[in-house]
Design a protein around this ligand. Structure first.
Ligand SMILES: NC(=O)C1=CN([C@@H]2O[C@H](COP(=O)(O)OP(=O)(O)OC[C@H]3O[C@@H](n4cnc5c(N)ncnc54)[C@H](OP(=O)(O)O)[C@@H]3O)[C@@H](O)[C@H]2O)C=CC1
Ligand SMILES: Nc1nc(=O)c2c([nH]1)NC[C@@H]1CN(c3ccc(C(=O)N[C@@H](CCC(=O)O)C(=O)O)cc3)C=[N+]21
Length: 306
């Protein structure tokens, strides 16, 4: 089936719309003396992160957001990383900080994530940010989760009362998706590796989110006819000729014959994730500006001009 089939729920147009909004907001903030800047932190060489960072840089440039990549060696200690983050927390030119995952095993990711000041936490992964989602404050949510929900909304389906199944419950993808959907009024079932029959749950879903990391885990007989399938998986697969390609967690070729909507991989959730990261950067900037206003009264421009 060609990629222009209406069943494909493509990320490109959704991402382009978000990036256009971000660009307009970034331009006016810059004109007012607050140029947004995103800093990416990578520890060690992680191939899975390269594409993401490359797209972040390209789209940030498009949106008028400065982008700085900080690459640290794998031997970096947790203390050294924390010190670097504290420096960025204190630097008024840095709007947002994203720590690319995974980090080496000797670095405690939760503690490091908590070292990022909540006002600069553009990934929404600080425990305080995650907590806001539980309280139905949804304007800054973890990027991939928010992107997945944005794609479901693009179908036009009414989320209220919708039967949704989420396969995978990681803190960065599955759990925040479940919380976002609950806030939108959906009825949510979350499956994981101890679920007795993922298939039995998945078959009842009007919308199925899959974030596991296993190619072709979801087959056609696990999908309800007419469902929306959001495939979050990004898996590198080596072909017989030695070349590699990226596939999701869903057996797209068979599932697209059953589902009414399916996100392709690549070209689905990925591009929207990048767009949401940039949108979150503007949310963070606006929160910081509000704080400056509260703290320094009306002199925010003087402050920005330091
Ligand atoms: N498009 C994007 O922007 C992003 C894509 N990804 C991709 O999404 C996928 C998931 O990422 P992430 O959440 O970080 O991965 P994790 O490995 O952290 O989580 C995987 C989840 O899947 C569950 N699981 C494992 N096996 C099964 C199974 N057989 N049936 C049901 N559930 C199972 C695990 O449950 P348990 O813990 O109980 O074992 C766990 O909750 C990966 O392919 C990753 O590359 C990730 C981030 C961003
Ligand atoms: N803290 C953190 N947060 C993440 O969200 C996170 C992370 N770490 N580590 C790595 C994974 C992976 N990930 C991707 C996001 C978008 C694309 C993306 O834009 N993909 C394009 C690929 C296009 C191309 O191949 O050039 C697409 O799917 O169409 C890829 C990968 C986010 N992750």
């Amino acid at each position: 089936m060609p990629l222009d089939d209406t069943r494909y729920l493509k990320g490109g147009p959704v991402a382009a719309r978000i990036i256009a909004e971000v660009r307009a907001a970034a331009e006016s903030a810059t004109a007012e003396g607050f140029r947004p800047k995103l800093v990416s932190i990578t520890v060690g060489d992680v191939e899975a992160v390269d594409v993401y960072v490359r797209n972040q840089r390209a789209k940030a440039e498009l949106a008028g957001i400065d982008f700085e990549e900080r690459r640290f060696p794998a031997e970096l200690t947790a203390g050294e990383l924390e010190a670097a983050i504290h420096g960025m927390n204190a630097d008024p030119r840095v709007t947002g900080i994203i720590i690319q995952r995974p980090v080496p095993a000797h670095i405690p990711i939760k503690a490091i994530q908590a070292a990022v000041h909540p006002l600069k936490d553009v990934e929404g992964m600080h425990p305080a940010s995650i907590g806001n989602i539980v309280y139905n404050e949804l304007d800054l949510a973890p990027c991939t989760a928010a992107a997945s929900v944005e794609l479901l909304k693009a179908t036009g389906l009414d989320l209220k009362g919708l039967e949704v199944v989420v396969v995978g419950h990681s803190e960065i993808v599955g759990k925040p998706i479940a919380f976002l959907l609950m806030s939108e009024g959906a009825t949510v079932t979350v499956c994981h590796h101890m679920t007795r029959s993922v298939a039995a749950h998945a078959r009842r879903a009007d919308a199925l989110f899959v974030a596991v990391g296993k190619p072709r885990l979801i087959k056609a007989d696990m999908v309800k006819p007419g469902a929306a399938v959001i495939d979050i998986g990004i898996n590198a697969e080596t072909l017989a000729d030695g070349s590699t390609r990226i596939v999701g967690d869903v057996d797209t070729d068979s599932v697209k014959e059953v589902a009414s909507w399916i996100t392709p991989v690549p070209g689905g959730v990925g591009p929207v994730t990048v767009a949401i990261l940039l949108r979150n950067t503007m949310v963070a900037l606006n929160r910081q500006r509000a704080l400056y206003r509260e703290t320094y009264g009306t002199s925010e421009r003087q402050f920005a001009a330091e």
